[in-house]
Design a protein around this ligand. Structure first.
Ligand SMILES: O=C(O)CCC(=O)C(=O)O
Length: 283
């Protein structure tokens, strides 16, 4: 008997029900989380940039292993707000905000963008190794596992219809609770098929990975993730924009892109990411 698919919710569903699915399975799908127009604009901008990116040119900064992780026939790039303001609208998405607040704010005063990254998987690309995103912060996870609190929350967003055959992200339901740091195989996983604007939301501890692309087309999707404000994000997004360029953006977008300082409250500790010993917004 096959594994049950991930639970799906409309974007209007009760956030408490979505959080229950995240707690149970480590992942869920929100149908229509992003509106069609935003996705179309983002996809057009991503397509234009993708045409100039050499497949396989990304690395995770870890030599051969890093290159294999990101894929030899996969196109990846970030700095998405430089391509389209649709990216800023995506950062302000109210459903993702509600989920991220509930999951991350118990362990931090605020969180910021970990990475906003286009991930176009090319024809014939094999499946990516199943992994946990939170292992980016291994020094923390290895010292706290299996009681590690969530420090990161991710979304994989369809920029078009993404089927299993096209390389839908594969998720091992329930693996965020696996006390052993254990490897899983494809047979343990289910594909997170997405329509345009649907989002797979997943825990930093759930095993997942890009699926094999068994078609002759590119899989067009993008990843957006947040990380606790006291951890270093994967991408240096704050360097992409000047403070002036973000002046008209919402306080949330400025915070997410590192143009506000980190206030630990209600947790103890001092401010971080300051300038002249003052909050950036007051400096
Ligand atoms: O492309 C995908 O579906 C997943 C990619 C991923 O999980 C990653 O690179 O960390």
């Amino acid at each position: 008997m096959g594994l049950a698919p991930l639970q799906r919710f409309p974007r209007t569903a009760d956030v408490a029900d979505m959080l229950l699915a995240l707690e149970t399975d480590g992942a869920l799908i929100v149908d229509g989380m992003f509106d069609t127009q935003t996705i179309e604009v983002m996809r057009a901008a991503a397509d234009a940039r993708a045409a100039k990116v050499v497949p396989g040119s990304a690395t995770q900064g870890l030599g051969d292993d890093g290159a294999a992780f990101v894929g030899a026939n996969t196109i990846r790039f970030s700095s998405l707000g430089r391509l389209s303001t649709a990216y800023f609208d995506m950062l302000d998405n109210p459903v993702f905000a509600a989920l991220a607040d509930a999951v991350l704010l118990p362990t931090c005063g605020s969180y910021w963008v970990n990475t906003g990254q286009v991930m176009y998987i090319g024809p014939g690309e094999p499946a990516q190794v199943l992994h946990r995103d939170a292992n980016n912060w291994w020094e923390f996870v290895s010292r706290t596992w299996p009681d590690s609190p969530e420090v990161t929350l991710s979304a994989m967003i369809g920029l078009e219809g993404v089927t299993e055959e096209l390389g839908a992200t594969r998720v091992v339901p329930g693996s965020h609770k696996n006390a052993e740091i254990q490897r899983f195989g494809e047979a343990d996983s289910v594909p997170a098929e997405l329509g345009p604007g649907d989002a797979l939301i997943y825990s930093g501890y759930v095993f997942h990975g890009g699926g094999a692309n068994r078609t002759d087309r590119w899989r067009r999707a993008m990843h957006l993730s947040f990380v606790a404000g006291w951890l270093t994000p994967e991408e240096s997004s704050p360097l992409d924009y000047t403070t002036d360029e973000l002046a008209d953006r919402s306080p949330r977008v400025r915070q997410l892109l590192g143009h506000k300082s980190y206030d630990p409250r209600p947790h103890p500790g001092g401010g971080l990411w300051l300038k002249d010993v003052k909050a950036l917004e007051d400096a």
